[in-house]
Design a protein around this ligand. Sequence first.
Ligand code: BTN
Length: 278
Amino acid sequence: MAESKYQEADIYGKVLDEMLGTKWVARKHFWKARTDSSNTWAKEEAKKDAENVLNGALFIAEEQTAGKGRRGRVWTSPAGENVYMTLLLYGPGIQPDKASQLTLVMGLSVAQAAAEVTGKSAGIKWPNDVVFSGKKICGILTEMQIKEGKPEYIVIGVGINVNQKAFPEELSDKATSLLLETGREADRRIVVARTMDCFERNYELFLENQDLSLLKKEYEKLLLNMDREVRILEKQGESRGIARGITGQGELLIENPDGSMRKVFSGEVSVRGLYSYV
Ligand code: BTN
């Protein structure tokens, strides 16, 4: 019998090949039982990829010992329950200032996939938190290496709470999992495959204009902040306004109390609901 190219403990392996509906995204996928961070692992592999054969490769870890969140936070990554994966886009041919929009493209993809897998509607809290019943099920961290003014590679790291049964007390009002929302375990391979299918479709639409203009409608359908009053937390202080959608660049459009409009950029502000996280 021919030897499998996948490790025995790799639950994704050949099954993921069969489940994927993509042309190129995640068609190469790698698995480790444990790594520090799948983003760090993907970047190390990208550095060695002189032949540029890893565009679209997916790096999946069963457990992360130093999972990274946004703003220097830790992403706790226990084994056996969740998905920790990083998609590598090598030589993506986009301008460096567009890379942050890919986080929204991935957020939309996870929300679409999670809805398909659970049969329940998932929402997005701008810019890219995927939310069920007001609590987060997914975090995304995008990192980029620039060479001669262009992105040499971009890694998009995605952590999805799939079958986690409980969260530490300090997170329990902010975090949830697909299991806690539906009462049944989800197959992590299907979650990964559907997310990659949605990402490939969304990313190709993104590439057409190198912005979110073709995805805006779909994104706004899922945007939980839409037409709701939000608190905008900036370095200078807090203000309020009504969220009216996103721009093609992924900024949140805010209607100020005096009726004027402004745009806020995700790198600079956090947005919260008036009384809760969303
Ligand atoms: C956030 O703070 O919301 C972003 C969390 C991103 C976590 C994922 S898990 C897979 C990938 N590897 C990491 O170290 N971080 C991302």
